[in-house]
Design a protein around this ligand. Structure first.
Ligand code: GDP
Length: 607
């Protein structure tokens, strides 16, 4: 009852490449998968296509049959192609081992009528991060106005049938999309013009998931490219390499794990170790399950049992104690010569490597993702230079009350970090209530950089609020000179024309006179520039200022008695005012302004 991972002897040395479908929502990922799966089923034969757990297997025979119109005489060396059934970045990020990607090649689906969209860019970033090869399926070409359907035809043939208008529209859109890719730092080209098929230029295959144009090209390119450029990677190894894609409770089977076996053979009864949140899970395989071959006959909860299964294949594993297994981690088999403790160590390495990215200072946001793979992608992003958000704690799965409790700790250390960035996970009602009550922010998004945008907007807003709060106490530095013949009022209030010699004269700034034993003459109450009220005046400007006494009980100091025309007026700074300025207004002052702060600090003999 082998589900066809390998067939003839000569093909035994290579395993099937593993392919993921990625892209923005509604670009046609699911439809595309249906389309490549469906053709032969409609013709009344399964064509060797096998439904696996979480994946569909396309044998080389089937691919050869469907691509014969392309007259590709090249021999297919790989036994087939294993396409992961759940499109999107979740399965891609979980197909990992020690931080590197196990997906051999990806199909990035782009809707020709929409071009690059947010999740396209997210997918691109993930592909770049994992260094994964991909081809672009430029889908929905049948939506071009006037498209003439050529069912399941190779793309060049289909294109020849189209009118000049359709061809023109196609080329216009293609050019735009190539430019959009270029803006993301990616070179792309129509696959049949991309002779190099090299690493530097990615191939575009126009497709329709509805009428099937371009699908033969897509299939052929996937296998040809992988077998040509990835021989080392695809050489079958008997050492088990297996990754957990999903942890699922199944009626009648308890908690099971869906895995992709990339290399090696799994047997019923094998002792296995998988990574748990805190501890490794040591158990043994009770059942190796795959779906029944005929989809129609499949009864809910009924699977085929296997004594052993060889890679590459998607499998459901039933074993005890899998409740706390983590998706995105590796599954290890304990061999007869293995030390269980060593294997346990190895299994926990996935968790440790992620934990090691937590900020040592203990100050940072709390991040939560659905799987280890997506958590890793999020952490990777947060530490990039453009982002740099420290992380103090992590969690996998829905946000629970206990996760909020951990974020609450940050309220006392650094309020803005009392935040949970939740990537593609749910937040329980209880957690939400506690967070609202305690003042912990929870941001949720299914696109990584949207989390960043939300968090950044929040931080900026906090900064603005803080600025307003301390505005009274923040003293901007200025040095002013009274303009002769421009003393309009000597006291209560003082109104004089001044030249701003240095710094920024701002409404609210306390002013004193160093030459006269630092006497206070009051605060700037208003500023007029050319008879118009303004909030501040910069170096070089000549403005009129009104100064009112800071202290209402005392008589205000008077021009001509307490100070004279030649006296310099400066901001009255203190240790505290300088600290507040530094903490909240660093970017509002120029280097020159900061130099003046330093001069004033020395003048006032502030330590
Ligand atoms: P996904 O969210 O990327 O999986 O997108 P779906 O496969 O669910 O497709 C989204 C919508 O686009 C559905 O209504 C599909 O029928 C439609 N669609 C997908 N591929 C094509 C295509 O090649 N041509 C046309 N005309 N519609 C398509």
């Amino acid at each position: 009852e082998k589900s066809g991972a390998s067939s003839s002897k000569s093909e035994d040395s290579l395993r099937s490449p593993i392919c993921c479908i990625m892209g923005h929502v509604d670009t046609g990922k699911t439809k595309l998968l249906d389309c490549i799966r469906g053709t032969n089923v409609q013709e009344g034969e399964a064509g060797g296509i096998t439904q696996q757990i979480g994946a569909t297997y396309f044998p080389a025979e089937n691919i050869r049959e469907r691509t014969k119109e392309l007259k590709a005489d090249a021999k297919l060396k790989v036994p087939g192609l294993l396409v992961i059934d759940t499109p999107g970045h979740e399965s891609f990020t979980n197909l990992r081992s020690r931080g590197s990607g196990l997906c051999d090649i990806a199909i990035l689906v782009v809707d020709i009528t929409h071009g690059l969209e947010p999740q396209t860019i997210e997918s691109l970033n993930l592909l770049k991060m994992r260094n994964t090869e991909f081809v672009v399926a430029l889908n929905k070409i049948d939506r071009l106005y006037g498209w003439k359907v050529c069912r399941n035809a190779p793309i060049v043939k289909a294109m020849k049938q189209q009118s000049k208008d359709v061809q023109f529209e196609f080329n216009t859109r293609l050019t735009q999309i190539v430019t959009q890719f270029k803006e993301q730092g990616i070179n792309t080209e129509l696959y049949y013009k991309n002779k190099e098929m090299g690493k530097d230029t990615f191939s575009i295959i126009p497709t329709s998931a509805i009428s099937g144009e371009g699908i033969p090209d897509l299939l052929l390119l996937l296998v040809q490219w992988t077998q040509k450029t990835m021989v080392d990677r695809l050489t079958y190894s008997s050492e088990v390499q297996c990754t957990v894609l999903e942890v699922k409770a199944i009626e009648g089977h308890g908690t099971t794990i869906d895995v992709v076996l990339i290399n090696g053979i799994l047997h019923e009864g094998d002792q296995i170790i998988v990574c748990g949140m805190q501890d490794p899970i040591v158990t043994s395989i009770r059942a190796l399950l795959t779906p029944h071959p005929m989809k129609e006959l499949r009864i809910k909860g009924s699977y085929l049992h296997h004594k052993e299964i060889k890679a590459a294949q998607g499998i459901k594993i039933n074993a005890q104690g899998l409740e706390h297994a983590i998706a995105g981690t590796s599954l290890y088999v304990v061999g007869p010569d293995d030390d269980v403790e060593n294997v346990k160590e190895a299994a926990m390495e996935d968790m440790r490597s992620v934990m090691s990215r937590i900020d040592k200072s203990g100050e940072g946001v709390y991040v939560q993702a659905s799987t280890l793979g997506s958590l890793e992608a999020l952490l990777e992003f947060l530490k990039t230079d453009e982002v740099r958000i420290p992380v103090s704690g992590i969690g996998i799965g829905p946000v629970h009350k206990k996760d909020v409790m951990k974020a609450i700790v940050m309220l006392e250390k650094k309020k803005e970090y009392a935040t949970i960035l939740a990537f593609d996970v749910k937040v329980t009602q209880e957690a939400r209530e506690l967070a609202d009550e305690a003042g912990v922010k929870i941001f949720i998004a299914d696109i990584i950089y949207h989390l960043f945008d939300q968090f950044k907007a929040y931080i900026d807003n906090l900064k603005e609020e803080k600025k307003k709060e301390v505005a009274e106490e923040a003293v901007f530095p200025c040095s002013l000179k009274i303009v002769p013949n421009h003393v309009y009022n000597k006291k209560d209030p003082i109104v004089v024309g001044v030249d701003v010699l240095e710094g920024i004269a701002k409404v609210g700034t306390p002013i004193c006179i160093p030459q006269r034993e630092f006497i206070d003459i009051g605060r700037i109450a208003s500023i007029q520039n050319n008879h118009r009220p303004v909030d501040s005046a910069k170096k070089g400007q000549r403005v009129a200022i009104k100064i009112v006494g800071s202290n209402s009980e005392e008589q205000q100091k008077m021009f001509g008695r307490h100070f004279e025309i030649e006296d310099e007026l400066v901001s009255k700074v203190s240790r505290r005012s300088i600290d507040i300025l530094k903490a909240n207004f660093r970017n509002d002052l120029s280097i020159e302004d900061w130099r003046l702060v330093k001069t004033l600090k020395n003048l006032f003999k502030i330590q």
